[in-house]
Design a binder for this molecule. Structure first.
Ligand SMILES: C[S@@+](CC[C@H](N)C(=O)[O-])C[C@H]1O[C@@H](n2cnc3c(N)ncnc32)[C@H](O)[C@@H]1O
Length: 504
């Protein structure tokens, strides 16, 4: 990050420390740095020693002990962009090697907490049959690093609000909170996880807003029109931009004028420098609208963005979920694939499948792939991707997994080999999905992918592993957590994907 000092303020350190809790005294951490090895090597690899306590202690000495987190937001302590970097990418001051150690420790804590919940529920240690390390409930593999460390995001969402100079037409990321009424919108130019292209489009959107006679929509009930900007890019550099707009009481004709103006700006005006592949416009009167609630209107260009991944050409609609780090996603999906252990007799259930990448990448090794996804556009993408790549043994269902899955599993007999992969959104899985999985004897293997194992996701896992409970209709045998693999898709941030293998 050009121009920013590698100084570690106390509030950042407090954050790291609270995240990892008490560090392992043994200092023995499975650990790979710099050169991401191949999957097999990672999976079978040896461990090497790293003493994270030492890393934090050194950083603490460098930090200023007396420094307090300021209660107001003013440019007194470092630049606005430095502050933004500390909020959005709080690990950015650490080397990537150090970041991975922090994350590995955090994942270990999560697993230890999970183990204590499961033990409490069962009254005994139900996972003693499983190979353990450092009192963990399962085999914890080394963290798989992201192949790309900087500018890895393929999707960024920019807000519009008052900048540090008070200009309400500023495009960037928020500092402060709505509750405290101290929101400041700061440009993203120095965030390590955002590619230059995304910041460029955001800057040109800001230029456009500043010349528009219409006001931005800062607070919903106070009027205004221009809202957030989403930028998506692929590995080839194709760029899709989506502008959200509050129509207020504009007539269709007035709306048309606005759409033409912004289109002209990005095709022939200063915004042409962004070389957009497509521009979408969404009229939205709610905080967030799906395509079904308010369609994405293509103002110009290609309606989809495509990505090459695991030898597949994947179509991605503006509304479809796609992992935000493409190279990291490839590592994640390979990990999932290895853990499923599918063969030509396996029916693979891809629950919350998004554009279907997990299932489709394994289709050739299975007898059938069944995907379930809520977002219709994503399911259409999955079907397109299957057809384009010549995959004929996949079937995708649109709707809520809790509605579709019980019916889908009814016909599955105990002797069949069904492997389930679940990759829910942060809200976790509906209890009916857990019931359906538990009660389907054909499912002996389950791979659970989570980027935030807390709240509902933790409850999901507990309900998968707890003893049979007829009141909760958990009749089938409990699952046992066997292995866990952390995969880092989010360098510079504390987030990490965790892939869990359960069997029964
Ligand atoms: C974390 S994403 C994973 C997508 C996909 N596995 C991938 O890697 O691209 C979670 C997906 O679950 C979908 N989803 C959320 N709630 C759902 C539900 N109740 N039933 C089915 N899908 C749901 C979301 O639309 C989103 O595509």
């Amino acid at each position: 990050m050009a121009g920013l000092k590698r100084r570690v303020p106390m509030h950042s350190l407090r954050y790291f420390i609270s995240m990892v809790g008490l560090f392992s005294k043994s200092g023995l951490l499975p650990w790979y740095a710099r050169n991401p090895p191949g999957w097999s090597q990672l999976f079978l690899g040896t461990v090497c020693k790293g003493d994270f306590t030492h890393v934090v202690a050194t950083k603490c000495q460098k930090g200023q002990k007396s420094q307090k987190k300021p209660s107001h937001l003013g440019p007194l302590d470092g630049s606005w962009q430095e502050r933004l970097a500390d909020v959005v990418t709080p690990l950015w001051r650490l080397s990537y090697e150090e970041q991975l150690k922090v994350k590995f420790e955090a994942q270990k804590k999560i697993l230890q907490r999970l183990e204590s919940y499961i033990q409490m529920l069962n009254g005994v240690n139900v996972t003693t049959a499983v190979p353990k390390s450092e009192s963990l409930p399962c085999l914890l593999h080394p963290i798989i690093p992201s192949p790309v460390i900087n500018g890895y995001r393929n999707k960024s969402t920019f807000s519009v609000n008052r900048g540090p100079d008070g200009n309400p037409k500023t495009v960037g990321y928020y500092l402060g909170t709505w509750r405290d009424g101290n929101i400041v919108c700061v440009r993203s130019n120095n965030l390590k996880n955002i590619p230059e292209k995304h910041s460029q489009v955001a800057q040109y959107y800001e230029v456009f807003l500043r010349q528009s006679p219409l006001e931005p929509c800062l607070v919903f009930h106070e009027g205004g029109y221009w809202r957030e900007l989403i930028v998506r890019t692929n590995s080839q550099g194709h760029t899709m931009a989506i502008i959200t707009f509050h129509p207020q009481k504009l007539s269709q004709e007035e709306l048309h004028v606005q759409k033409e103006t912004v289109k002209e700006f990005f095709i022939r005006g200063p915004g042409a420098a962004c070389d957009l592949t497509s521009l979408y416009f969404q009229e939205s009167t709610m905080t967030r609208c799906s395509h079904q609630q308010s369609p994405y209107q293509l103002l110009f260009g290609e309606p989809y963005i495509f990505e090459e991944l695991l030898s597949l050409k994947i179509r991605i609609s503006p509304d479809a979920f796609f992992q935000i780090n493409t190279a990291g996603a490839e590592m994640l999906y390979r990990t999932v694939g290895e853990l499923t252990g599918v063969n030509s007799d396996t029916i693979l259930l891809d629950i919350c499948c998004g554009t279907g990448v997990i299932g489709l990448s394994l289709a050739q090794h299975t007898s059938q792939v069944l995907g379930i996804e809520l977002v219709e556009q994503a399911v259409e993408d999955a079907r397109w991707t299957a057809a384009f790549n010549g995959i004929t043994n996949s079937e995708f269902h649109t709707g809520r997994a809790e509605k579709i899955l019980p019916g889908l599993l009814k016909s599955k007999e105990d002797g069949q080999s069904v492997v389930a992969v679940v990759n829910p959104a942060r809200a976790g899985l509906h209890y009916k999905v857990i019931q359906a999985i538990r009660n389907c004897g054909a499912i002996r293997t389950l791979v659970f992918v989570s980027c935030k194992l807390h709240g509902e996701s933790t409850r999901n896992i507990i309900e998968l592993c707890c003893p049979p409970d007829s009141a909760k209709k958990h009749l089938g045998e409990p699952f046992v957590l066997q292995q866990a693999v952390p995969v880092d898709l989010f360098p510079h941030t504390p987030h990490c994907e965790l892939v869990l293998l359960f069997t029964r």
